[in-house]
Write a protein that binds this ligand. Structure first.
Ligand code: N01
Length: 543
């Protein structure tokens, strides 16, 4: 091992991850005068947008909103080309921000963090990397993302496959040619649904292996004209402020009332209007979309009827219709021409629940009914969501307790940001925060600002450690669970990554706070205003 590899460096804060969260945290903390280091596994910034380069990858939050608000200069200088930004443009955007503020000089790329140990005597975190390097800091900020660790699907024989094998979640940084090729795609979540039309257009034949059909709403994506952008840019401060008062940090014309008391025709009109407008806003038509079975059944049925109208072959349409879970219980998808793609001659939908995958062979995929030969196999099989990146590092806290021990029954946090037994460690948009139910960029800024304000106060007051109390963590976890229990997102529809159902052995716990982003932000603020209620602050004199 070289001298450089065994090197130990000391900082005020080590940030793990250089996605949207890590970059903003670096900007904010460095501006506050802290010595900061960001450690990133990839060879560039962007996190999820760095790795997920698959054909068709784009955001499902509108571009004018899925962007940083902390710098008006950035807001004014950057121009988005489409209503929903493609992956490549978001990657350009994060690089633009990183270069503008000269952030890359404090990021160590190509370095995967694999350990984090709290040294109780010194009151410091020791962050270990696969390179052998150790970074020591008073504070550790986990900006590791909610959907950053690909899950490994159980696919017998996958190592035998002799063709090209790709994962949407770690797509190569080079063009992949589909011309004249038979392509197999396993998985029909957001990634698979976005990739399908693009693959179908480029390949000789596309086989879509679907285990569970998903509800997908048209994006109605389009180019953004200058007037529209100008209008946003001249109203950014008030629009950002309004967005922060919503449940999901997004201005999406949320319906103000419940749908349950309305007539079928009245609800139908709202669904139709939202289908025509496109995007995730379909789920915000009524305040009881995910709590009223009547309203949810109607919305689910509405999408199924749309599938019947779009897909010409009734048998294919029947396979594409989600029948056994409420809309929203799995994250809904936003697509461009997904259902229509199944009208193409060169696309075959295979229902692998009815006709299961037995094994992957050298030449393709063997179903119970026979072998499908493909030249390229693509896994769009999802992530170990919300907790995967943290449990892989498996921080060791006070008394040698590991995170996986503390989270044996599922993730437990205070505000999604702190864990008892893990002093001076914060998570950005961790489990127990609204995170994936919101515009993530705004949620990231809110969490980072809260942590930065907290650290400033601790430093001013000479506090050595801050640690969530077990009582606060337990109470918050109960609250998160209760909010989810009052919806249709658990129980019947709980076969989703929201509850860890896609990972064998993972505790089945709903992992996001459903009280809404605005309420969450108010709670965070009052915790701080109350002198960090629910946290134990220790100064050298108390030790
Ligand atoms: O992953 P998923 P994803 N055999 O877990 C199937 C965000 N995102 O990468 O449902 C056969 O949703 C699995 O089947 P089933 C967004 O939050 C956002 O698509 O378990 N199939 C499912 O169909 C999203 O929700 C954007 O029965 C297998 C699929 O693989 C999240 O990331 C774009 C299988 C996995 O779907 C995850 O989306 C992309 C097996 N052995 C992603 N194992 C946008 O911004 C798994 N599957 C638009």
């Amino acid at each position: 091992m070289s001298a450089a590899q065994t090197h130990t460096s000391k900082y005020d804060i080590v940030i793990v991850g250089a996605g949207f969260a890590g970059l903003y945290a670096l900007y904010r903390f460095r501006n506050e005068g802290y010595r900061v280091k960001v450690i990133e596994a990839g060879n560039g910034v962007g996190g999820t947008w760095f790795w997920n380069r698959y054909p068709g990858a784009r955001c499902d939050v509108e571009s004018m909103q899925y962007s940083y608000s902390f710098s008006d200069e950035v807001q004014q200088e950057w121009s988005w080309s489409e209503r929903y930004a493609p992956q490549g443009e978001i990657l350009e955007y994060v690089n633009f921000v990183a270069d503008k503020f000269d952030l890359k000089k404090d990021i160590q790329f190509n370095t995967r963090v694999n350990t984090a140990v709290f040294d109780e005597a010194a009151g410091l975190w020791e962050i270990g990397c696969e390179t052998g390097e150790t970074f020591v800091a008073k504070y550790c900020l986990m900006a590791t993302g909610c959907l950053s660790v690909p899950m490994s699907p159980k696919l017998d024989g996958i190592e035998r496959f002799k063709g090209e094998l790709y994962r949407t979640s770690s797509w190569p940084d080079k063009p992949v040619s589909f011309e004249g090729k038979r392509v197999g795609l396993i998985g029909t979540g957001s990634s698979g649904i976005q990739a399908t039309p693009r693959l179908a257009a480029a390949a000789d034949h596309l086989y879509v292996f679907q285990r569970t059909p998903n509800y997908s709403i048209p994006a109605h994506n389009h180019e953004l004209d200058d007037d529209y952008q100008h209008d946003w840019k001249s109203h950014y401060p008030e629009r950002r402020a309004l967005a922060k008062q919503t449940r999901n940090n997004t201005l999406n014309a949320a319906g103000e009332g419940p749908g349950e008391g309305l007539s079928w025709d009245e609800r139908e009109a709202v669904f139709e209007e939202r289908w025509q407008f496109g995007g995730l806003g379909f789920m915000y038509g009524f305040t009881d979309m995910t709590s009223s079975k009547v309203v949810n059944d109607h919305a689910s049925d509405f999408v199924r009827r749309k599938i019947d109208q779009i897909v010409k072959d009734p048998e294919t349409a029947a396979k594409l219709k989600p029948m056994h879970y409420p809309i929203g219980a799995k994250r809904i998808c936003v697509d461009t021409d997904y259902y229509k793609t199944f009208n193409r001659e060169n696309v075959t939908l295979l229902d692998v629940k009815a006709d299961p995958i037995e094994t992957v062979t050298e030449a393709g995929v063997k179903l119970a009914s026979g072998e499908i030969e493909v030249d390229i196999l693509i896994l769009a099989t999802g992530f170990d969501a919300m907790t995967g990146a943290l449990t892989r590092i498996n921080p060791v806290g006070r008394g040698g307790q590991t995170l996986t021990e503390r989270w044996e029954d599922g993730p437990k946090t205070y505000l999604g940001m702190a864990i008892d037994g893990f002093p001076n460690m914060f998570i950005v948009t961790g489990p127990g925060s609204p995170s994936v139910f919101t515009n993530m960029v705004t949620s990231v800024e809110q969490n980072v600002d809260w942590v930065a304000d907290c650290m400033n106060r601790l430093e001013t007051e000479g506090v050595q450690t801050i640690e969530a109390t077990t009582e606060a963590v337990d109470d918050w976890t109960v609250k998160v669970g209760e909010l989810a229990e009052n919806t249709l997102l658990t129980g019947l529809g709980s076969n989703s990554w929201y509850v860890g159902a896609n990972i064998e052995g993972k505790p089945k716990v709903f992992m996001a706070y459903l009280g809404g982003a605005a309420t969450y932000s108010d709670i965070c603020k009052s915790v701080a205003d109350d002198g960090y209620a629910g946290f134990r602050l220790v100064s050298p004199a108390d030790a």
